[in-house]
Design a protein around this ligand. Structure first.
Ligand code: SAM
Length: 203
């Protein structure tokens, strides 16, 4: 997996180390274990997917974490991205809108000892007001437009990684909050399931 990640643009040594040591097979059903370390998304039930490892690594690297950050993830899914982040940040807050996935990951994080991940069931497009501001926000589902509500929950200097575009294809953006406002960088094309909620897609 490491060669694929390096060829795909991952140069951050700490991201590579965590990607290598995180047991991705434990975040998918046992029937999919033989495929767990290939660079592709896999089904996790409820018509959702665990993202491909290169995408997880690229989004994580783009957050430029140093270990002290409080990071909000929208779209817990399998829990794999949150598990990766939890080893590179101080604390991870993650929200999932599908209850069976939320319940499964909450137990999994406890079982695997990821004690700096806080989970929540609900619509992540509204963010997590009571815990804001965040040093990093990562949206792991595709938004139809830049989610302003989430951007406003960034600390000054904080970064948000978010796919934005149509239902079938998006562009990945990094939004950085500055004292003057926000800067925006396009990190390239990507493909995610829909971000569904009050500030996302209707369904
Ligand atoms: N980060 C996940 C992982 O590591 O497995 C991959 C997430 S999957 C590509 C996208 C997830 O976003 C799905 O589980 C979906 O239910 C969730 N989602 C979509 N809209 C959401 C919303 N408004 N709030 C919270 N979760 C949402």
């Amino acid at each position: 997996m490491l060669t694929t990640l390096q060829k795909g643009g991952i140069s951050d040594a700490s991201v590579l180390t965590v990607m290598k040591s995180t047991p991705r097979h434990l975040f998918v059903s046992e029937a999919l274990w033989p495929k767990a370390y290939g660079d592709h998304p896999l089904p996790i039930g409820e018509s959702q997917t665990i993202s491909q490892p290169l995408t997880v690594a690229l989004m994580t690297q783009a957050l430029e974490l140093n270990g002290e950050e409080r990071v909000l993830e929208i779209g817990t899914g399998s829990g794999y991205q949150a598990a990766v982040l939890s080893q590179l940040a101080y604390k991870v807050y993650t929200i999932e809108r599908i209850r069976p996935l939320y319940l499964r990951t909450r137990k999994l994080f406890d079982d695997l000892g990821y004690f700096n991940i806080v989970t929540r069931y609900g619509d992540g497009t509204k963010g997590w007001h009571t815990e804001a501001p965040f040093d990093g926000i990562i949206v792991t589902a595709g938004a139809p437009v830049l989610p302003e509500v989430l951007a406003l929950q960034l600390a000054i200097g904080g970064r948000m990684i978010v796919p934005v575009g149509g239902a079938d294809a998006q562009q990945m953006y990094r939004i950085t909050r500055t004292p003057e406002g926000f800067t925006q960088e396009n990190l390239g094309p990507c493909r995610f399931v829909k971000l569904i909620g009050e500030n996302g897609w209707n369904a």
